[in-house]
Design a protein around this ligand. Structure first.
Ligand code: FAD
Length: 482
């Protein structure tokens, strides 16, 4: 069979094809983590599923590495590669080719329809369908207009694609479940270049694998989600002195075990940023904080947060009613594109005294304002799904911890990576063996079996069925070899 050539690919693709000779190449090859410096052969900014199918064929027939980029937030840089092909789902803008300039105007409104980031809401059925390159900012903006929301990331610039396929942890996980628990169906381009619909009733095995198996099984061009009525939340961050950290973490582990499920709340160590609600003389100091989000009736929010508020004296806070998308974008400025990233993570059964001691030793040493230690609660609705009902296996864990090293200057790489590794080494004995795949770095491939526990063998069987040549291997890889 003859191979598709680059010029034939150009004929089949409606979106942009960018190669090293093009002016946009430098921008097109970059991802969110500035530590990643790779030079693909071709970047395809796909305009539709047909472009994705053609590009999958091109990469497979030419034996090239294939990277899939949604929001581009993968810490290990799975959204790019050296010498291979990148499918970029999230960057396409309208062509703007109208000769009279109908694509823009003075002082008016421009509707740009040209991105693969569209979101369509069906308010009657309470569902939303989003294209594979949308970010949570795109998604929340569109669904908020209808007073609907589902579990998504806590930073609005993260892609729905990568985040959903790994599981999807966010403020509303205790109440609504993970993002995958709200997934109704997905349109998937598989390694053989076909487009399949995966749902509870079509290609059910593929649907099972997609819900936690990451980008291993194909390129999702469209996700359909179940939505929940939620317009405003009552929440925000509360800052406490480090001297309160031990008492606060002990309080938190007991409180969150039985708190109402409409309450999301996670503790973190955080260097105080220069924000209006932080006393000027405390900017740059390290605190233990709790970020809360009450998704129940607004007038019950203050009462729901009261136990946290009363657990220790609050030094600073920014708590109140706010639109759900506002909370999901509240921390964006702390993590702009172009930082260096090195992360480690683990699932945690119980936040034991030993685990708390490890946090007390390493959390306060957090080296930069951008970095974070977050302990996300994943009980409540997440626990009501069986461990083998989706690929996401840790349904009995109570927490997903992430030690997210993020810093601006490459000269500081060694010190920041050391902080993450030392912290992880101290908490690992108090954690499960596996971790949430979306919080891992490129050097964590060795934990792949542990991340999926009893589901791993079935994932391998399905990998052999849907991607026997391991075309989709630039991810936390489930190899067809097992
Ligand atoms: P990309 O780099 O575009 O893709 C990452 C991986 O997903 C690749 O393997 C790619 O092949 C695959 N992929 C992406 N889109 C598709 C698609 N449409 N079809 C098939 N494969 C696809 N995770 C949480 O659960 N909750 C959070 O609140 C959260 N916050 C984060 C905040 C920051 C600042 C960052 C950097 C990450 C955060 N994450 C969070 C982790 C996040 O889920 C992962 O980084 C995820 O991979 C990002 O998805 P993306 O589409 O932006 O990344």
């Amino acid at each position: 069979m003859s191979q598709l050539t680059l010029s034939q690919l150009r004929e089949r693709v409606r979106g942009e094809i960018i190669t090293p000779d093009d002016d946009q190449y430098e921008e097109a090859r970059r991802v969110y983590n500035a530590m990643i410096d790779r030079r693909p052969k071709v970047v395809v900014r796909a305009a539709d599923a047909g472009d994705v199918m053609a590009t999958v064929d091109y990469a497979r027939e030419n034996g090239l590495d294939l990277a899939v980029r949604g929001g581009g937030h993968s810490v290990p840089g799975f959204g790019t590669c050296d010498d291979g092909v990148v499918i970029d789902l999230g960057r396409l803008r309208g062509g703007g080719h109208s000769v009279p300039g109908f694509g823009t105007c003075d002082d008016g409104v421009v509707i740009d329809l040209g991105r693969l980031r569209g979101v369509r809401v069906d308010p009657a059925r309470r569902t939303a369908r989003a294209e594979g390159g949308a970010t949570w900012g795109d998604f929340n903006h569109a669904t908020h207009a209808f007073g609907l929301a589902t579990t998504g990331g806590i930073i609005s610039t993260t892609g729905i694609g990568g985040l959903t396929l790994g599981g999807g942890i966010g403020h509303t996980a205790r109440g609504f479940g993970l993002s995958i628990d709200n997934l109704i169906s997905a349109d998937v381009v598989t390694a053989d270049g076909r487009l399949l619909v995966a749902s509870e009733t079509e290609n059910e095995d593929l649907f099972w694998a997609l819900r936690g198996g990451g980008g291993n099984y194909g390129v999702v061009t469209s996700f359909e989600y179940r939505m929940h009525p939620l317009k405003q939340v009552y929440g925000g961050p509360m800052f406490f002195e480090l001297s309160e950290a031990e008492a606060l973490l002990r309080f938190y582990r007991d409180f969150i075990a039985s708190a109402p499920e409409q309450l999301g709340a996670f503790p973190a160590f955080q260097v105080a940023p220069p924000l209006p609600f932080i006393p000027e003389d405390r900017v740059g100091d390290t605190f233990i904080i709790i970020v809360a989000a009450w998704a129940g009736p607004l007038d019950e929010g203050e009462k729901a947060l009261r136990p946290i508020h009363d657990a220790a004296p609050v030094v600073a806070e920014h708590v109140g009613p706010m639109p759900y998308p506002a909370l999901n974008a509240a921390f964006d400025a702390l993590v702009p594109a172009g930082l260096q990233h090195y992360w480690k993570a683990s699932f945690v059964g119980e936040l034991t005294d030993g685990a708390i001691a490890a946090h007390l030793e390493h959390g306060p040493k957090i080296p930069t304002m951008n970095s974070a230690l977050h302990i996300y609660p994943i009980n409540g609705a997440v626990h009501r799904v069986a461990s083998d009902a989706t690929a996401f296996a840790y349904r009995d864990a109570n927490f997903a911890t992430v030690i997210a090293g993020m810093w601006p200057d490459p000269a500081d790489n060694e010190a920041n990576i050391a902080w993450v590794r030392d912290y992880y080494a101290a908490t690992a004995p108090h954690s499960e063996k596996g971790a949430y795949v979306n919080f891992l770095s490129g050097d964590d491939q060795g934990t792949i079996r542990a991340n999926y526990r009893g589901n791993y063998d079935r994932l391998v069987t399905l990998k052999k069925k849907y991607d026997p040549g391991n075309l989709f291997h630039l991810n936390q890889n489930i190899s067809p070899e097992g």
